[in-house]
Design a protein around this ligand. Structure first.
Ligand SMILES: Nc1ncnc2c1ncn2[C@@H]1O[C@H](COP(=O)(O)OS(=O)(=O)O)[C@@H](OP(=O)(O)O)[C@H]1O
Ligand SMILES: [Mg+2]
Ligand SMILES: [Mg+2]
Ligand SMILES: [Mg+2]
Length: 384
């Protein structure tokens, strides 16, 4: 990466200081360690997580280039799942088990149920080939996995998480719909220790290295890896592994100057409600709609100042859709809350138990954003 790139990427990105040997508590809003204690270092886990997510990102890139409709399965809830979702989960699970054989628990989005059905054998073989090709190109482990090994690796993600012990949390492809459209997606991996998110990695293969929506920068290069460890700040590097930069959320204090992110899919977030909130705040810029936790990554480096996620009634958020993004933003100086102003609690199992939606911004804007969200929710409720 050239010095030029460092200059254009964003005024909120500064050069990388050495990582702290120990992590101290930070003003956390996503259930990271928050008491005044000297916490453990998770450097070894972070190194493994970056490696696993980067390998999975390469696998996904390969599939996205040659995506065929026949690669797409439909789960019971009719959400899409592809060979890349399965391959990514198998690969991350395998790498983490190799690195931490003694203590391994993974809460992953996918399972092998549909792959064990009649007629899925060819698909399983394709996934196995993809995983083995990735392992060969990496060269670290010197093994070839059988189809059964791959199915088992996928199913190692069946842990329920919770408030005891350590659990990896994985979304092998977040934003599968974006992945299928050729849009944004992320490989999102986090580690919970006693119910708190202590590290997170977000690999975003299609996210430009330069700020999105910046007319002055060409946005030709894509592929970002965001990572954060509790108390250690948030960082970004190109997915090819070259130089790392520290990232910080936007410092915008005037909501009129803020721009906001929301889901690309209207089914995932109430766009009419976020536009009402934006109106109340005086936000002038139109919403920036991108898929997946790439939104958290983009926000962590100041591409936009607000992220609003307001799912339709009845939807329950999953921990893998937010754990990695939450710590990346929090360690970059941001705040992540539910629509009642509570921090997200990742200690309750696979689901987040939260009020209405998730809002993300910097510390200065959060009080006004929260107020506008509360007012808009009340207005919506009274108009029904
Ligand atoms: N109805 C509904 N409401 C809210 N959220 C939902 C809903 N259905 C699915 N999902 C989850 O949304 C994840 C995709 O995240 P985004 O909404 O940020 O991206 S996108 O706009 O859908 O592309 C997506 O993650 P992936 O399944 O990993 O793609 C889902 O977990
Ligand atoms: Mg999914
Ligand atoms: Mg997801
Ligand atoms: Mg997913």
């Amino acid at each position: 990466m050239s010095i030029n790139w460092l200059r254009v990427v964003s005024p909120s990105i500064v050069k990388l200081p050495p990582l702290l040997p120990f992590s101290y508590s930070s003003p956390s809003s996503c259930s990271c360690f928050s008491s005044v204690v000297v916490a453990m270092s998770y450097d070894k886990e972070l190194t493994a997580a970056k490696k696993a997510a980067s390998l999975a990102a390469r696998l996904c890139q390969k599939v996205q280039k040659s995506l065929l409709q026949s690669d797409v399965q439909s789960k019971n809830d009719r959400s899409p799942v592809t060979v890349a979702d399965y391959g990514s989960q198998a690969l991350v699970s395998f790498v983490l088990q190799q690195e931490f054989p003694a203590e391994f628990s993974l809460v992953g989005e996918e399972d092998s149920k549909d792959l064990r059905k009649d007629g899925a054998q060819e698909l399983v073989e394709r996934i196995t080939k993809l995983v083995n090709d990735s392992l060969v190109s990496d060269g670290s482990y010197g093994v070839t996995l059988s189809t059964e090994d791959v199915l088992k690796a996928i199913d190692s993600g069946k842990s329920e998480g919770g408030s005891q012990g350590r659990h990896w949390v994985l979304d092998p492809i977040d934003g599968t719909k974006g992945f299928l459209r050729g849009g944004q997606y992320a490989i999102a991996l986090a580690l919970l220790d006693r119910g708190k998110v202590v590290l997170g990695v977000l690999a975003c293969p299609n996210l430009p290295l330069t700020p999105i929506n910046d007319q002055r920068s060409p946005n030709n290069e894509v592929g970002c890896l965001f990572f954060a460890e509790v108390g250690g700040g948030s960082y970004m590097q190109p997915l090819d592994g070259s130089s790392t930069v520290k990232v910080q959320v936007s410092g915008v204090e005037n909501p009129e100057e803020a721009s906001f992110f929301e889901s690309y899919e209207a089914a995932h977030s109430m766009h009419d409600l976020s536009s009402l909130i934006a109106q109340k705040l005086g936000v002038k810029a139109p919403p920036v709609r991108i898929d997946s936790q790439a939104k958290y990554g983009a926000l962590s480096r100041g591409d936009g100042a607000i992220y609003m996620r307001l799912p339709h009634k009845g939807y329950r958020e999953k921990i893998w859709d937010h754990a990695a993004g939450c710590i990346v933003v929090t360690e970059a100086g941001g705040v992540v809350m539910d629509a009642a102003g509570n921090p997200l609690d990742f200690s309750k199992g696979k689901l987040l138990d939260l009020d209405t939606g998730i809002i993300v911004t910097n510390q200065k804007l959060m009080p006004v954003l929260l107020k506008a969200v509360r007012e808009s929710l009340e207005e919506k409720a009274s108009s029904l």
